[in-house]
Design a protein around this ligand. Structure first.
Ligand SMILES: Nc1nc2c(ncn2[C@@H]2O[C@H](COP(=O)(O)OP(=O)(O)OP(=O)(O)O)[C@@H](O)[C@H]2O)c(=O)[nH]1
Length: 416
């Protein structure tokens, strides 16, 4: 059950042969993990990258930036200029790669320096929407296949990290909307329907949030910003930082696309709690969500549904359900025509995750970015993912149009 699609809402995706059903991606050998860093304007991305490139943290990271910019005050052992890219070998063991074009050729050149680094960090410049970039590295043969990039190793998407400004982040979310001028984006200025802007798409599409500059923000602003982030994306851990100071283990090697670990309730550092929920009635972890007005989230919200262990036919029904909602933007029970994408009630999923337990004892992880999704078995030896979900599965959807009818549809179509 694996799909690979273009990002366009209008294109109907085609099924591609599944590899991951046979072998969970967590166990795939010889893949260099890649983390995408995005963030709000001025939130502290360069500060975080400078720290990574200069401090002795013990990680050997290749950082890909569009330009060195003000991060260039770094001590370099040697500089290689190769066509469109420049690579600095740094004293702390990292590589800094400046490229004009973050496309295949630059990544290929970097990957040919195999053995020089263990992890790739890709800076997404400005207010980039990480969804399409994440899709580029997830299930894209061009990058995951070692041979096609002329390397010993392929690349595996590890996670998407978003740096949010604790002082202005909430204001940026409030002011940011998509006027509907870009292809594939929703929103229509003339009709008054405003789609989510890039800052909300960044939060929705991220696996970890760094809430930076907390030294400059009022505690009430930090809490309100955190509430807005959790309303949009309840599963991403939020780390409050000053000048990007955090243990890199929180952002590297998180395997956000190959395990169900991130769905654990304890995954948010400041809000550790553990409690049971009735199947299908897990509350929104943003308990302060009522404080987040609609105009902040632009209709983006999340839905978490706990799912009891499924029989194999229920598991198959889940695949049909999720495929219909992701590919056609509608519920299976809502007739044959998709809701108009411009309609305020249209369903648009930016990110989905889940862990499904089967009555047979098997566990499967759901991962999705836009219309691409994958359901893959948790490896028998992946105890960390298993032990966190002893009794119930869970599905988390982040996007637009996620009302209670979506929860009801999921439960009635799958559990019956
Ligand atoms: N007080 C304080 N200043 C910070 C912190 N993080 C970054 N800064 C400062 O904020 C300014 C912007 O930080 P940058 O790291 O350049 O932000 P950026 O996200 O890379 O900015 P753009 O690339 O322009 O979007 C710089 O002057 C930093 O020194 C922080 O946690 N606290």
């Amino acid at each position: 059950m694996n799909s690979d699609t273009a990002d366009s809402d209008s294109e109907i995706p085609e099924l591609v042969p599944s590899q991951s059903n046979d072998q969970p991606s967590a166990a795939l050998p010889n893949r260099v993990p890649l983390t995408i860093i995005c963030g709000f304007l001025g939130a502290g991305k360069s500060t975080l990258l400078r720290r990574i490139l200069t401090e002795r943290h013990g990680y050997r990271i290749a950082v890909i930036m569009n330009e060195f910019g003000d991060t260039a005050d770094i001590e370099a052992k040697s500089i290689t200029v190769d066509g469109e890219s420049t690579t600095l070998e740094l004293a702390n063991g990292c590589l800094c790669c400046s490229i004009k074009d973050a496309g295949a050729a630059a990544i290929e050149k970097l990957m040919q320096k195999q053995g020089a680094f263990d992890h790739i960090l890709l800076e997404a410049t400005g207010l980039a929407d990480p969804g399409p970039i994440a899709g580029m590295f997830w299930h894209n043969e061009e990058y995951i296949d070692a041979q096609s990039i002329g390397s010993e190793n392929g690349i595996a998407l590890d996670g998407v990290v978003c740096v949010v400004d604790a002082v202005f982040g909430l204001k940026q979310m409030e002011e940011d909307h998509d006027p509907g001028t870009k292809e594939g984006h929703e929103g229509d200025e003339e009709s008054g329907i405003k789609g989510p802007g890039e800052s909300l798409r960044q939060i929705a599409g991220s696996d970890v949030i760094i809430l930076n500059k907390v030294d400059l923000a009022e505690p009430s602003t930090v809490s309100a910003t955190e509430a807005a982030i959790k309303y949009v994306n309840p599963t991403a851990p939020i780390h409050r930082t000053i000048r990007g100071e955090l243990d890199l283990g929180h952002i590297l090697g998180i395997q956000a696309y190959s395990s169900g670990k991130q769905l654990a309730p304890s995954s948010t550092p400041e809000h550790d709690h553990d409690h049971d929920h009735e199947p299908g009635h897990e509350h929104d972890h943003s308990s302060s969500s009522t404080a987040v007005p609609h105009y902040v989230s632009r209709g983006i919200s999340s839905l978490q549904v706990s799912i009891p262990p499924l029989s194999s036919s229920q598991f198959a029904a889940f695949d049909v359900w999720i495929r219909t909602i992701l590919w056609e933007g509608r519920l299976p029970d809502s007739g044959t025509t998709a809701t108009e994408p411009s309609s305020e009630n249209a369903i648009q999923i930016l990110r989905c995750k889940g862990l499904l337990l089967l009555t047979s004892g098997e566990q499967h992880v759901l991962q999705g970015v836009r219309s691409m999704y994958e359901i893959s078995p948790v490896a028998d030896d992946d105890d960390s993912a298993r032990s966190e979900f002893p009794h119930a599965g869970k599905v988390v959807l982040i996007g637009k149009g996620l009302g209670d009818e979506v929860r009801s549809s999921l439960l009635s179509n799958v559990i019956g």
